[in-house]
Design a protein around this ligand. Sequence first.
Ligand SMILES: [Zn+2]
Length: 473
Amino acid sequence: MPLTINRNVFITCAVTGSGSTQDKSPHVPRSPKAIADSAIDAAKAGAAIVHCHVRNPETGAPSRDPKLYREMTEYIRNADVDCVLNLTAGMGGDMVFGGVENPLPLNEAGSDMAGASERMAHVAECLPEICSLDCGTMNFAEADYVMTNTPGMLRAMGQMMTDLGVKPEIEAFDTGHLWFAKQLVNEGILHSPALIQLCMGVPWGAPDDLNTFMAMVNNVPADWDWSAFSLGRNEMPYVAASVLAGGNVRVGLEDNLFLDKGVLATNAQLVEKAVRMIEGLGAKVIGPDEVRKRLHLTKRSPQKHDEAMIAARTEEIDFSKPIRTLARAIPSDWTDYNEHMNEARYLQAFSEATDRFMEIVGCDKDYIADGNSYFTAETHIRHLDEVNTGARVYVETQCLSGEGKKLHVFNSLCHEDGGLLATGEHLLIHVNLETRRSSLPTRQVAEKLKMVAALHAKLPRSENIGRYIGVPR
Ligand SMILES: [Zn+2]
């Protein structure tokens, strides 16, 4: 294949990895805010894409906590500079054996093995444009550590990425990983053209000599987009090598801590240096909009996505339909030993939905501060299907009646595709918070409820309404 220089290059900045680098340089960011700030500086310096992991803010240890990812994502999404967000999905496949004579049990301190949904939970929560897919299992640097990504795991995670509309950045650390990536595309699990990152010189994957590099490059399908990097002092030579061979580049503190011999770098400085090198080669550095166009990416922000799902403003609600009162991804701490959402969380979801409904009809913070509220008197939940970590769900609320002191609502919890997952029926009683006795709502709330109940009375009635335990189907 004749190779031509890439004249329009995008830079990915790998801001902070999962390596134990946090104590080796003060520039390795730890907290969600610090990681976001470093990513934003890198974007200002010319990185179109920022590839991020998160760490425990106190210890600097790598973390898979969706809350930390969400916090970091929101900082980046709200920044005054635009960039394409790429989150790692590489964690949760870490095995450290007990030693050469006693490989089992595993060394618990270094091992972190999670299921596919749990490994993807933060991706479902944050909806970045890109997430990484480490396309194989390999010995990784230290003595008894193995990075595991079995074919079964990769098929499952790859399918989740495709279903979520998040583009996988296939990370190929060796020739076989690239081979399997093509298999995933052939099976239809990943869409073509794919995006691949050639990770060179990571011990003990593909070494970063040019013969091995070109063997990898020559095996990337012609219509795929690709990028490459190497580690440490070979980070910058690989900026040149990749551009010359037709690819894009990656730099950042995940791969290298130094700007020069003995001089610690910031992410922005590494990006600035890469920009100078690329421009010195006569090529142009492209920005996030061009990258989105080229890679067919969709920019979404988790906050806006959820708000759009639940109608941002009460005035915009169409009361002739059931009201969308909740939309979210299932976090990993909502699932139990059966590996699906536990019963308490169903009640939580329904309770949040009913709270939102109360707010919509005027029983909001101010109303409660004035001494009025609704208390739940009865609940009936029906479990109809399973749901796992990372899945996106929503609740729609139908008002069955709202006369006098009583409020009767029916909530339907659904999968993103509309399939019914559970129903939750609540009867609430209006209460005066001072006397703690039942009371009539204010005229304003009563009128709004009457209007909604009248419109909802025209909706079809679910066969699940009014059920009690043991009613035959
Ligand atoms: Zn990474």
